[in-house]
Design a binder for this molecule. Structure first.
Ligand SMILES: *[C@@H]1O[C@H](CO)[C@@H](O)[C@H](O)[C@H]1NC(C)=O
Ligand SMILES: *[C@@H]1O[C@H](CO)[C@@H](O)[C@H](O)[C@H]1NC(C)=O
Ligand SMILES: *[C@@H]1O[C@H](CO)[C@@H](O)[C@H](O)[C@H]1NC(C)=O
Ligand SMILES: *[C@@H]1O[C@H](CO)[C@@H](O)[C@H](O)[C@H]1NC(C)=O
Ligand SMILES: *[C@@H]1O[C@H](CO)[C@@H](O)[C@H](O)[C@H]1NC(C)=O
Ligand SMILES: *[C@@H]1O[C@H](CO)[C@@H](O)[C@H](O)[C@H]1NC(C)=O
Ligand SMILES: *[C@@H]1O[C@H](CO)[C@@H](O)[C@H](O)[C@H]1NC(C)=O
Ligand SMILES: *[C@@H]1O[C@H](CO)[C@@H](O)[C@H](O)[C@H]1NC(C)=O
Ligand SMILES: *[C@@H]1O[C@H](CO)[C@@H](O)[C@H](O)[C@H]1NC(C)=O
Length: 454
């Protein structure tokens, strides 16, 4: 009895011990840490714990007796398993807080977990890793995100092939090929390869694009490639950085509105590109700023137009609208203010009340104008198309006035006696006038009988 009780106690103890030792602080999956690599290329995964989550670096954690372990869950699998670091050629290896793939293969895609632990303490985090194939006929895959760098125009700049150090021993000199939008470039204009970098001598807007560097080297007799893509974006030169320029309102333009109508004043400001600057623009009415406008009739609307020839620069238009404006409100102070880090510009709009013509006079003038217009139109149409109108009238409503007029013929045709004219008269003219319109023609040869009509 005593013995079995002791046994149960022991069992419970071991189970609880196991449970506590299995417990681990799981910080879940850090999807921001997605690493992407190309099939067949070397890549390293760094355990994110030491970057953003712990104050310790790997060396201090290691000397404190903590060990780092790696697990992974293959794509489409449920089971988390230890990573096999005993593959041929040391394809996957561990070095401090880094997991190396020499090289990575398509089926290495999955979620990776690194776990830091001792007997009483455990912490783990997961992150995704994706291995991609390059697109057919391309030096890249469109699914791999490219880094973006921003170069000011008319300046020199150095484009460095990123994330290549530490991949090969220091005594190895790799070769590098540069591609612009995946076309191998041998002799760039204005851009010179310099070691693993590309030196831009004078940045132009047309140099914008995807730059891919492929670094090739041999290690232990095996060739390897590292493919990196950077998107180069250009931005206006700092030499053109200026305080904002106000286009409207200005001293020359006066805005006139009818009392009871809508007030509508645009504030248009050109902002050149200024590094790390805000672009503020706002209306004030009698010193009251936009945030304090409570009247429902007041609307403020903003639109932005980019300056295509000057990347980073833009025109911002902020429109102030007030419905049912009163004569008093037309005397208010409407001031627009624009600001960037280099300066402020502020201007009051010149607003006047428009003495409008009374409404019924406008309506009367409109009515008269419309009538006159219609009459003129009718006269013009009649002049141009009178023949068609007469014929149309006759065809549809008219009695044939050629019958009751007591004349035997309606038309006398005289013509030159050659074959061409004769054919025109006898076939075309006669066909149309006699058959279609019902006139009777007197044609010299046909109808002039001796003693007939004159
Ligand atoms: C790790 O951190 C310690 C102290 O915080 C520092 O002395 C050491 O240089 C660091 N090691 C690395 C590899 O950064
Ligand atoms: C991954 O694919 C390679 C061939 O592409 C194969 O040799 C290897 O066994 C695969 N690994 C796993 C874990 O399925
Ligand atoms: C990684 O895990 C997340 C859920 O935590 C899952 O949605 C995702 O599909 C996994 N990725 C891969 C490649 O297995
Ligand atoms: C395990 O690590 C934690 C955190 O560094 C430390 O406080 C604790 O004393 C360590 N436990 C053992 C048994 O080393
Ligand atoms: C640069 O690459 C991205 C994605 O890889 C693509 O969407 C974009 O169109 C490319 N730009 C140029 C100018 O080729
Ligand atoms: C390296 O890249 C070059 C050019 O894209 C290609 O011809 C070569 O086959 C690649 N080598 C390896 C080992 O992937
Ligand atoms: C903008 O300013 C930051 C520092 O505030 C600097 O690091 C960066 O290089 C500048 N960018 C350009 C395009 O001048
Ligand atoms: C209109 O208001 C602005 C500030 O809101 C002020 O600087 C300016 O002096 C005012 N104009 C007049 C005529 O009061
Ligand atoms: C603001 O202006 C934009 C374009 O100018 C327009 O599409 C939008 O409807 C306007 N909004 C209001 C509330 O007037």
């Amino acid at each position: 009895m005593k013995i079995s009780f002791l046994l149960i106690c022991l069992l419970v103890l071991t189970v609880t011990r196991d449970c506590t030792s299995e417990r681990c602080d799981d910080w879940g999956e850090d999807t921001r840490k997605l690493t992407q690599a190309y099939d067949g290329e070397p890549v390293r995964l760094r355990c994110p714990l030491f970057e953003d989550y712990l104050k310790h670096n790997y060396s201090t954690a290691h000397s404190a007796g903590l060990t780092l372990m790696w697990y992974w869950t293959g794509k489409g699998k449920d089971l988390e398993e230890p990573i096999n670091i005993r593959l041929p050629d040391n394809r996957i290896s561990k070095d401090k807080d880094i997991l190396w793939f020499r090289p990575a293969l398509l089926n290495d895609t999955g979620n990776y977990t690194c776990m830091l632990r001792n007997t009483t303490f455990c912490l783990k985090i997961a992150f995704p890793f994706e291995v991609l194939k390059k697109d057919a006929d391309s030096c890249v895959s469109i699914n791999k995100a490219a880094e973006v760098v921003i170069f000011p125009l008319q300046d020199t700049a150095l484009l460095t092939c990123p994330d290549t150090t530490g991949y090969y021993p220091t005594d190895v000199t790799p070769t590098v090929n540069w591609y612009m939008n995946c076309i191998l470039v041998d002799g760039f204009v204005d851009r010179d390869p310099k070691g693993l970098s590309l030196q831009f001598i004078n940045v132009l807007q047309k140099y914008e694009g995807n730059y891919t560097c492929i670094v090739s080297y041999d290690e232990n007799g095996r060739p390897y490639n590292l493919t990196r893509t950077i998107y180069v974006k250009t931005i206006a030169s700092h030499l053109q950085a200026r305080p904002p320029v106000m286009i409207t309102p200005n001293d020359k333009q006066t805005f006139e509105f009818i009392a009871g109508g809508e007030l509508h004043i645009p504030c248009e400001v050109y902002f050149s590109y200024v590094n790390n600057s805000y672009t503020d623009i706002g209306w004030r009415i009698n010193g009251k700023s936009e945030g304090d406008f409570t009247d429902q009739r007041v609307l403020v609307n903003e639109s932005v137009t980019l300056d295509m020839g000057n990347p980073g620069a833009k025109t911002i238009k902020k429109e102030l609208r007030i419905k049912n404006i009163t004569p008093d409100e037309l005397k208010h102070n409407y001031t627009c203010t624009a600001k960037n880090t280099l300066g402020v510009v502020s201007r009051q709009a010149l607003v006047k009340e428009k003495v409008g013509t009374p409404r019924y006079i406008t309506e009367l003038a409109c009515g008269l104008g419309a009538t006159l217009f219609l009459v003129v139109c009718f006269v013009i149409v009649y002049h141009v198309y009178w023949l068609e109108m007469v014929l149309f009238y006759r065809a549809h409503f008219g009695t044939d006035e050629t019958i009751g007029d007591g004349k035997e013929y309606d038309v006398y045709v005289s013509y030159a006696r050659n074959a061409e004219e004769e054919e025109f008269v006898l076939v075309t003219l006669r066909g149309v006038l006699e058959n279609e319109f019902g006139y009777k023609l007197c044609i010299f040869d046909r109808d002039s009988l001796p003693g007939g009509s004159k």
